[in-house]
Design a protein around this ligand. Structure first.
Ligand code: PLP
Length: 405
């Protein structure tokens, strides 16, 4: 039995896993101590829980517990990584390299650093969404201090070649930060084999609570960061403020659960996703895959549906929670900067839909949505004079609806 609406927006956020919620509840009730309280058992219990969570987070990415700094989420982690590293290294150089398809948490932080006198290069990506490592190598200058490349894209799910990027950065003595908000808990991430110096992650993207995340900061060799918050000196002085103990416990548990389920979950979601993709591409004409076919997150499918308006399509799919290729649903919505970066026209970007499958997505739900998309697209095209004329050969395909191969 299917309950509606069906949730297929697991890149925006994920539901809290019941195991995670159970682990958190005692820390809202009787275990309410402040981990900085050194003189009584309330404090000791909270501190032990926080240190346990630190181990769980570290294990997920092959780090050491002391390399984990708890934050309020990936946005804060990205800010601390980029601003913290830029300010700490400003005497060595002021050039930073990132990528056009990054999350706003990185792009806007880069803008703010540019205002503070840093020079930012945003590397382009190919039609498949992948960063070209030769091009990355050529953008490096003697004054480059930091390279920030996301692990997995939140719209098209594309996985960047972290191992190769890490190797390039390490060889040139440049710090390597990755925003792994979408990747952590979904695919294997190893800060050692990938030569990662700084890594951002977020609990609510991996079946944990909102408002908590972590920044991995390499200790060997030690990465120096300037702090953004002054205060009580928690988290090695890098992030002052009383720790969000229930949230941190939830993040830790979410990491532990994700680690144990990762392989099975990835296999199941890949199967569902590939079945959905195969049916939509074979039963509908003029549907295109956005992003690389294989180098992508297991549960991610992003398709452009030519000749249908994105908003109308989502209206027809209102029993399903989905995201389209425009930032919001108003008439003035900007087309997604990610879809533009892989060469899509504004029309194509607006008629693109992101399907984000997750841990609690069932086979029945995927099949129901697949059939519904086929029905709605066929209905919309049946009443579109433009589509009728083009398929009848009475009119050439307008540039706006050409897919950029
Ligand atoms: C969700 C997301 C963020 C922001 O994370 P918050 O924890 O919500 O601040 C940053 N980067 C990527 C890639 C994301 O998907």
């Amino acid at each position: 039995m299917i309950t509606f609406p069906i949730y297929l927006d697991n890149h925006a956020t994920t539901p809290v896993d019941p195991q995670v919620l159970d682990a958190m509840l005692p820390f809202f009730r009787e275990k309410y101590g402040n981990p900085s309280s050194r003189n009584h058992t309330f404090g000791w219990v909270a501190e032990e829980a926080v240190e346990n969570a630190r181990r769980q987070v570290a294990q997920l990415i092959n780090a050491e517990p002391r390399e984990i700094i708890f934050t309020s989420g990936a946005t804060e982690s990205d800010n601390l990584a980029l601003k913290g590293a830029a300010l700490a290294r400003r005497d060595r150089g002021r050039h930073i390299i990132s990528v056009a398809t990054e999350h706003k948490a990185v792009l806007e932080t880069c803008d703010s650093l540019r205002d503070q006198g840093f020079d930012i290069t945003l590397a382009p990506v190919g039609r498949d969404g992948l960063l070209d490592c030769d091009l990355l190598g050529r953008s490096i200058r003697p004054e480059t201090i930091l390279i920030s490349v996301m692990a997995a894209n939140n719209e098209i799910g594309v996985l960047q070649p972290l191992t190769e990027i890490g190797r390039i950065a390490r060889k040139r003595g440049i710090l390597f930060h990755t925003d792994a908000a979408q990747a952590a808990g979904r695919i294997q991430i190893d800060v050692e084999s990938m030569s990662i110096d700084l890594l951002s992650l977020s609990a609510h993207k991996m079946y944990g609570p909102k408002g908590v995340g972590a920044l991995y900061v390499r200790r060997n060799p030690p990465v120096q960061l300037a702090r953004l918050l002054d205060g009580g000196g928690q988290e090695r002085g890098l992030r002052s403020g009383t720790l969000n103990v229930p949230g941190i416990v939830g993040l830790g548990k979410a990491c532990e659960v994700a680690r144990s389920l990762m392989d099975d979950e990835a296999n199941r979601l890949t199967l569902f996703r590939d079945r959905m993709k195969a049916r939509l591409l074979s039963e509908l004409n003029d549907v295109f895959l956005n992003g690389h076919p294989n180098a992508r997150l297991p549960g991610n499918l992003n398709l452009a549906f030519s000749y249908v308006e994105g908003e109308t399509l989502l209206m027809g799919l209102r029993d399903v929670a989905l995201s389209s290729g425009s930032a919001c649903t108003t008439a003035s919505a900007d087309p997604s900067h990610v879809l533009k970066a892989i060469g899509l026209s504004s029309a194509m970007a607006a008629s693109s839909i992101r399907f984000g499958l997750g841990r609690f997505t069932t086979e029945e739900e995927v099949e129901w949505v697949t059939q519904k998309v086929i029905d709605v697209v066929q209905q919309l095209r049946a009443v579109s004079p433009l589509y009728q004329m083009i398929t009848a050969g009475a009119m050439p395909v307008p540039d706006a609806w050409k897919y950029p191969f």
